[in-house]
Design a protein around this ligand. Sequence first.
Ligand code: KIV
Ligand code: ZN
Length: 388
Amino acid sequence: MLHDPNRVYVFDTTLRDGEQVPGCQLTTPEKIEIARELELLGVDIIEAGFPASSPGDFQSVVEIAKAVNNPTICALTRAHQKDIDAAVEALKYAKHPRIHTGIGSSDMHIKTKFNSTREEILERAVAAVKYAKKSVEDIEFYAEDAGRADIVYLAQMVEAVIAAGATVVNIPDTNGYCLPDQYGSKIKYLKENVKNIDKAIISVHCHNDLGLATANSIAGLQNGARQIEGTINGIGERAGNTSIEEVVMVLKTHQVLGLHTNINTKMFFELSRMVSTQMRMPVQANKAIVGANAFAHSSGIHQDGFLKNRENYEIIRPEDVGFPSASIVLTARSGRHALKFHLERLGYNLSKDDLADVYTKFLTLADNKLDINDDDLKSLMVAQLVKQ
Ligand code: KIV
Ligand code: ZN
């Protein structure tokens, strides 16, 4: 069914799983603005919301479906007919609608969340897919808490929902529990043991409770999954979801994996800041790909190596993710090479002796001041010139 076996589909859930975070709620116009940017970014699927959860979420899905043309618009439901009915109604203007329905798959969820049995849950899963399929062709099924589910039961569930018409099967590590090799092995097992698995796309949906969401998503892709689910900046419940920008840049950096997406990576920085501002969720400075320090070099050894050849300390070009530029930050750990670089940038070309002299004064200043800026450098140079 896939035209290109190496194409990875990107499913963005910033507006659903990301927006569930307290304090991150968005208005419908804000959601539309983000959805339009996600369309320009090139995501394949936008999960626009959970229509049965509130009238506001219902309306947002309706408006996003009207505003966006190319990506598939997806709506979340539980395995309940009334949820599915709400999703069908909310998606009526979507050019490419998808319903994302599902139910718990781990014994923990089956027993303590649903007070049910494996057999009954399997029946409910199949019934939900069949019911949704009557109204929408594209049905994604999620096996919640698949990360902790018994693999044989999970395979049985996946096989049954594919037979019922699911086009995508989502294997969420809902609690961010798995190690990368465990999660990768789960996907491999499903690939090798589920009848008709090639009729559906396997999707990875990893949470970041142990900081492994990106690693687990990549392990899933290496074992045959072809859709990744995540959010911009990795926002989401608890420790968050997989960061889309991280997975996409892993695939771009490690071309040996042979996998590719349709993402315009140059938009990452701008979109990251837009989501952060609108959701009132700051991006940590050392966040991979989009953090303020992601391309800042501050120690003398790194600065010297970077100035000789940026590839010594740069595996991604900042411009490839829309980052303004790499920076050489001046601190008391900086070396002469970095100081010389900044002084030359300001038009000062010093002899070796003068540079040594200014460097000594610079270190004294930097030991007492966190941030050395251009004005500080100019003051140092005025003092140096007066001395001469
Ligand atoms: O984490 C999860 O299991 C989910 C599902 C609803 C897809 O977000
Ligand atoms: Zn989730």
